[in-house]
Design a protein around this ligand. Structure first.
Ligand code: UD1
Ligand code: UDP
Length: 382
């Protein structure tokens, strides 16, 4: 039996980890024992518990209750607490997802006491180190033993940073293994797609018609915290909605919700709040989100996960950032990077309105990335 310690904390990690927990439950329960540690980075019911209920993730064995805070304080608390759990549980490895502070804390705590780190979603780079996530990804990759990259570009980035592609085992922090393995988020989107259609009433509840609304999310710190950028994003959305008489539905991250009235001009804030077209919702569940993505005309987002899910469901995406680590989406021309630039956002929307046929090549595996990861853990972690 291999004992893995899974670190989750922020919304997207809870969702990603669901794919592995599902694979373990269905196929590897006699070979892999999973201990789940929730750092508590996200804690609101609609940012955490809802996903456990809906995605059938086992109840966490530990909740560290880290909560919100400055990067140093939050990460340091998590490192200290994860170290204690590692010493008690003595797992064969730790599994961390993505690029949040919880990911970094897990990677640092484990690597320093010689517990092999498995990084799911390795190798992604935005080449923008002003993003906290970019620092987290780079640091985590460089202390990992097994690195699972969902994209070829991710593998290429690691090779450029000195990782070898064809090295032989046994693998360790000094002889790490890089895999190109597909995306656990694609596993989830395939698995939950028909369930979402059968069970979600989110479209009906919000008076939305198939293909007749835009789905938007905004939570990236430079967008929420910089008033010039936040105003530009909401001005653009307001213009698109009004000019095209199209609804824009925005399940809003609590970070953004808390800053909206403070950082938008009073005029724009009032326009948005009273708009017939723009509807702000609290964060929705994953099943509701999938239903909204599947039936949207188009997606506008600064989220990493949501831009990919738009692609999985063959929807054009306007990326509200200055760059993306998911470069394949932009290369396929189904997504456009516009930054927080009002005129670029309007131009991209008009482009997609007229675009005849968009291209969504199969880039993210076969829906079995989680099984691949489990097999490789069993093969390489003793
Ligand atoms: C974090 C990740 C980001 C990821 C995002 C997913 C880091 C550095 N950032 O950003 O990569 O894309 O999660 O959603 O790890 N808050 C609540 N309730 C909650 C959680 C957060 O109100 O349950 C509010 C708090 O005011 C908090 C703020 O959101 O200060 C930011 O939360 P935090 O976890 O620090 O960063 P995110 O912006 O969520
Ligand atoms: N998501 C969700 N409800 C929402 C917004 C997002 O379930 O209201 C899901 C979304 O479908 C995706 C993941 O959360 O699977 C993306 O997380 P987020 O945008 O918070 O972070 P990022 O991917 O940018 O790190």
């Amino acid at each position: 039996m291999v004992k893995i310690l899974t670190i989750i904390g922020a919304r997207p990690q809870i969702i990603k980890a669901a794919a592995l927990s599902r694979a373990i439950k269905n196929k590897y329960s006699k070979k892999i024992k999973e201990v789940i540690v929730h750092t508590g980075q996200h804690y609101d019911e609609n940012m955490s518990q809802v996903f456990f209920d809906e995605l059938d993730i086992p109840h966490p064995d530990y909740n560290l209750n880290a909560g919100s805070g400055m990067h140093g304080k939050q990460t340091a608390f998590m490192i200290e607490s994860i170290e204690e759990v590692l010493l008690k549980e003595k797992p064969n490895c730790i599994v961390v997802y993505g690029d949040t502070n919880s990911t970094l804390a897990g990677a640092i705590a484990a690597s320093k006491i010689h517990v092999p780190v498995i990084h799911v979603e390795a190798g992604l780079r935005s080449f923008n180190k002003s993003m906290p996530e970019e620092i987290n990804r780079i640091m985590c990759d460089h202390v990992s033993t097994l690195l699972f990259s969902p994209t070829k570009a991710g593998v290429g980035n690691l090779v450029k940073e000195g990782f070898e592609k064809n090295n032989k085992g046994p693998y360790s922090i000094d002889n790490p293994k890089v895999y190109h393995c597909g995306d656990v988020m694609y596993d989830n989107s395939l698995y939950f797609s028909s369930i979402a259609d059968k069970t979600s009433s989110v479209l009906k509840e919000n008076g939305l018609e198939d293909g007749r609304y835009i789905l938007a999310t905004i939570h990236r710190n430079n967008n929420t915290d910089e008033p010039v950028r936040l105003n530009a994003l909401f001005r653009a959305m307001n213009k698109i909605a009004r000019n095209n008489k199209i609804k824009i539905i925005i399940p809003l991250h609590p970070r953004t919700e808390k800053l909206l009235s403070h950082n938008l001009t009073p005029e724009l804030y009032s326009l948005i709040k009273t708009s017939d077209y723009i509807k702000i919702l609290p964060p929705v569940s994953f099943i509701e989100m999938i239903a909204l993505e599947k039936h949207a005309q188009l997606v506008m987002t600064d989220s990493g996960g949501v831009q990919k899910e738009a692609f999985f469901f063959k929807k054009p995406c306007i990326i509200l950032r200055s760059e993306t680590e998911w470069v394949e989406l932009v290369k396929s021309k189904s997504a456009i990077v516009v930054d927080a630039d009002e005129s670029k956002i309007l131009k991209a929307y008009n482009y997609f309105l007229k675009a005849k046929k968009l291209n969504f090549p199969s880039l993210f595996g076969d829906g079995k990335a989680a099984e691949f990861i489990c097999d490789e853990i069993l093969r390489n972690i003793k």
